[in-house]
Design a protein around this ligand. Structure first.
Ligand code: BG6
Length: 494
């Protein structure tokens, strides 16, 4: 994958520097890049947040959170050079004064004039538009340098708001300057899926409706909504996870081989998949989508509260913490093959898997034997917690009878001495190096909204009732109503 004629940025501003995302993901990832000596020498960071902190408090916060997150990879010396890159700035997202202070800080760069800055919006999506407008107000826009702006999903809260946000963004920035993050695309297994599909002649001929019965994509979390009720209660699982992370996984499973591994070639193929998804009509919403919310229960042996009891959740909220959906891709490769997607919080365990179920063999050759029916083959790709690949095939059981058993060919594709990468390390490095292949183009966002929009609109009118499931389970039984046939069931284990 190649970058543009990149000039490395000299400054990197993190909005929301003390928030969840910055603390849990961005700082550890940047620190790991420091360890790997991948941060450009002169790159400095401005950490912008609301807290009344000075440099010492910020440093202390960074040190404590990094020690907790990176554990035995915390080295005093590396931390010292990492921390030296940072300046903490107290600022309010809605106050133009804070942006002036930021500009002042940016105008005293350590290495000449800085006209190439990364602005990372690690903030609530509702604050994107005001931040972009304020940046423009102090002169940060397409005519003021080769800046880059990074935004997290969800991009908008429905198709209309996504379009509006895109207009606001384009007033100040060109498309090449915009990095819309979906961190699932930075995960190793997801990238490996491209290699698995397009570097192995063995696989690609089977990857279609002639051999595949259905596809399941599961992103299960055992955590609850943590302290994010403010964001989550207005968002729900469909917007938070399915419209972006799961839809991206679907596109990578279903896309055609791109002519080259380049940003636009890849994204063109992903858009084609999204465009081919059969629209869900109003009448069909119940048959295609299901939502639920967790009640109290047990996770890992610990009693946990239900969604309604979480701090900050509105009374009688019907926001979904679980969603499952079925889509059909109406093209030559996939017509008639259901793609089942599901995601939820407080499920039985944390695991993300892509499970491909193959068709039954066309001939029941073993009819006259003790074998009644042969279970179909599966390919299972585990995204997390471990990155691995499993193939289930039949072999004959040794012995006089004609019995078979299923064996798994298992491949963990990381060697024991290889350190796992976090998706954010890959993606932040791409931002710094100017490679947009793993970022989302607006038409992808727009088409993904178009797919889920009918479901969102329908649910918005049905706000009185929501199914519940005890925390620590796989969600309600009713979620199974999406399956097309009785022999299709959720695959919970590898
Ligand atoms: C984020 C969602 O995008 O992804 C969170 O907002 C979710 O709700 C998280 O917990 C899951 O990411 P990961 O990498 O831990 O699977």
């Amino acid at each position: 994958m190649n970058g543009d004629d990149t000039v490395y940025p000299c400054s990197f501003v993190i909005f929301g520097a003390t928030g969840n995302l910055a603390t849990n993901k961005l700082l550890p990832a940047l620190y790991h890049l420091e360890l790997a000596q991948r941060l450009p020498e002169g790159l400095s960071f401005i950490a912008l947040a609301r807290r009344e902190w000075g440099q010492d408090e910020w440093r202390q916060h960074m040190q404590e959170s990094l020690q907790e997150k990176v554990k035995d990879r915390f080295y005093e010396e590396s931390f010292a050079s990492f921390a030296k890159r940072f300046t903490y700035l107290k600022g309010e997202l809605h106050d133009p004064e804070s942006y002036r202070a930021m500009m002042e800080e940016l105008s005293k760069p350590k290495t000449g004039v800085c006209s190439n800055v990364v602005f990372y919006l690690a903030i609530k999506p509702g604050d994107y538009a005001p931040v972009i407008k304020n940046l423009d107000l102090v002169g940060v826009n397409k005519s003021s340098g080769r800046h880059r702006i990074v935004l997290e999903k969800p991009f908008g809260e429905d198709i209309e708001s996504a379009r509006l946000l895109n207009q606001v963004l384009h007033r100040s920035f060109d498309e090449e300057q915009i990095y819309r993050i979906d961190h699932y695309l930075g995960k190793e297994t997801v990238q490996n899926l491209l290699v698995f599909r397009f570097a192995n002649t063995l696989i690609e001929p089977l990857w279609n409706r002639n051999f595949i019965d259905h596809v399941q994509i599961t992103v299960a979390e055992d955590i609850g909504i943590e302290k994010r009720a403010d964001y989550y209660d207005k968002t729900g699982a469909l917007r938070d996870m399915l419209q972006n992370h799961l839809m991206q996984l679907l596109t990578v499973v279903a896309m055609e081989p791109p002519p080259a591994l380049e940003a636009d070639a890849l994204r063109d193929e992903k858009v084609k998949v999204l465009r081919s998804i059969r629209p869900v009509s109003r009448r069909a919403v119940h048959a295609h989508a299901f939502r639920a919310q967790y009640g109290p229960g047990f996770v890992g042996g610990q009693a946990v509260p239900g969604y309604q009891e979480e701090a900050g959740v509105e009374k009688n909220s019907t926001t979904e913490s679980f969603v499952s959906a079925k889509f059909y891709i109406d093209n030559w490769r996939w017509r008639g093959v259901p793609f089942y997607l599901r995601t939820g919080k407080r499920l039985a365990k944390q695991c993300s898997t892509i499970a491909i179920r193959f068709r039954y063999p066309p001939q029941q050759l073993f009819r006259e034997t003790p074998l009644e029916s042969i279970a179909p083959n599966w390919i299972l790709l585990s995204i997390q917690p471990s990155e691995s690949m499993h193939m289930e095939i039949h072999v004959k059981q040794p012995g006089l009878e004609m019995n078979t058993r299923v064996i798994q060919l298992n491949a963990s594709y990381r060697k024991t001495d290889e350190v796992p990468l976090d998706a954010y390390e890959t993606l932040l490095l791409d931002v710094i190096e100017g490679d947009r292949s793993l970022f989302i183009r607006f038409d992808e966002v727009e088409w993904a909204w178009r797919v889920v929009d009918p479901i969102l609109k329908y649910w918005a009118q049905e706000r009185e009732f929501i199914h519940t499931y005890p925390a620590g389970t796989w969600g309600p039984e009713e979620a199974n109503r999406l399956f097309d046939s009785e022999d299709q069931v959720w695959r919970n284990e590898l």
